[in-house]
Design a protein around this ligand. Structure first.
Ligand code: HEM
Ligand SMILES: *[C@@H]1O[C@H](CO)[C@@H](O)[C@H](O)[C@H]1NC(C)=O
Ligand SMILES: *[C@@H]1O[C@H](CO)[C@@H](O)[C@H](O)[C@H]1NC(C)=O
Ligand SMILES: *[C@@H]1O[C@H](CO)[C@@H](O)[C@H](O)[C@H]1NC(C)=O
Ligand SMILES: *[C@@H]1O[C@H](CO)[C@@H](O)[C@H](O)[C@H]1NC(C)=O
Ligand SMILES: *[C@@H]1O[C@H](CO)[C@@H](O)[C@H](O)[C@H]1NC(C)=O
Length: 248
């Protein structure tokens, strides 16, 4: 009896193993987008699409698919995803109000704003793709192996100041500034080495520059679910470091 159970287990695990293996190496392997795959101004959503946690073609994404992708990929809670996801759906061009394309997020004023850390302002010809010149301004603050709240807040503030100086049509509402702080809180938290506050510089670089999860560099999916409260808490800490519209 025992032997039969043991043999059955062995057989079933041998059968299951290639499946698990292929899920890990195939389904969530990083692959660059093709020319027809749609991408967003958000480095994280693009990363998740490049790993197949969101549809690789970046198209026809429902709230359920978005929530599941953010949860499986980086352990962002459904409450947090739904907050931003609701705004994303408002820009839907899919013909189905319950889905959106990643490119729908390029629409200025929905979530997309001026003064991004790695994208040019809306008045420039490409206002949504990664821009190495702009990222270099931001990354010039990241001189150490980790990025703390103070450094991240300063990088955020200096980029706003630079964008305002360079762009005569620069326009950020106070809500945009708050959203931009939330984006900084998100990358600090997701790319932190289990501290939840201090990010690993090399991981943040991969997220922005390659839109890739830095798994081979040692990053692991956060163990605890990331909540709205955590992110807003980080935002408040950064705001207290004077990153406000009045300071731009
Ligand atoms: C843990 C999850 C997430 C992380 C770590 C993250 C990270 C970021 C970061 C760092 C930026 C700023 C890019 C820059 O300034 O150059 C950004 C921008 C953006 N994110 Fe996300 N994001 C997350 C989830 C989401 C979700 C769920 C949505 C919507 C469905 C979203 C939509 C956007 C959009 C539209 C922008 C563009 C804002 C701009 O104009 O710069 N993000 N995100
Ligand atoms: C619209 O998208 C939702 C979510 O994926 C889906 O349940 C629904 O069937 C779609 N409606 C149509 C008319 O295709
Ligand atoms: C990057 O942004 C800068 C500043 O807005 C702009 O001059 C440059 O053309 C952009 N580069 C690309 C490749 O879009
Ligand atoms: C933003 O970029 C898109 C696509 O590159 C372009 O069609 C649009 O005109 C730009 N927005 C503005 C306000 O210039
Ligand atoms: C800036 O944008 C906001 C909303 O997007 C708009 O209400 C306001 O009029 C704009 N300000 C200028 C100076 O264009
Ligand atoms: C993350 O933290 C662990 C334990 O503190 C340490 O061993 C590891 O080197 C750190 N990884 C990085 C990339 O900083």
């Amino acid at each position: 009896m025992k032997i039969i159970v043991w043999v059955a287990c062995l057989l079933s695990s041998a059968a299951a193993y290639p499946l698990v293996q292929s899920r890990q190496t195939e389904d969530h392997a990083w692959r660059a987008p093709t020319a027809t795959d749609r991408r967003a101004p958000c480095p994280m959503l693009n990363t998740l699409a490049n790993h197949g946690y969101l549809p690789r073609d970046g198209s026809d994404i429902s709230m359920d698919v978005l929530v599941a992708g953010l949860k499986a990929g980086v352990n962002l809670g459904a409450d947090a995803t739904k907050l931003v996801g609701a705004a994303a759906l408002k820009g839907s061009t899919t013909g189905n109000a319950s889905t959106f394309h990643l490119t729908d997020l390029n629409k200025h004023g929905l979530i997309e704003h001026d003064g991004s850390l790695s994208r040019a302002d809306t008045s420039s010809s490409d206002n949504h793709s990664f821009n190495a010149t702009i990222w270099a301004q931001t990354a010039s603050h990241f001189t150490e192996s980790t990025i703390g709240l103070g450094t991240a807040a300063k990088a955020r503030k200096d980029r706003l100041t630079a964008a305002k100086a360079e762009n005569p049509t620069f326009n950020m509402t106070d809500g945009d500034v708050q959203a931009s702080l939330i984006e900084t809180a998100l990358y600090l938290n997701v790319m932190s080495n289990e501290t939840g506050v201090t990010a690993v510089t090399a991981w943040v670089q991969k997220l922005f520059q390659q839109e890739r999860l830095p798994i081979e560099e040692g990053w692991k999916r956060p163990k605890g679910e990331i909540s709205v409260a955590t992110i807003l808490g980080l935002k408040v800490l950064m705001s207290s470091r004077q990153v406000r519209t009045s300071n731009i």
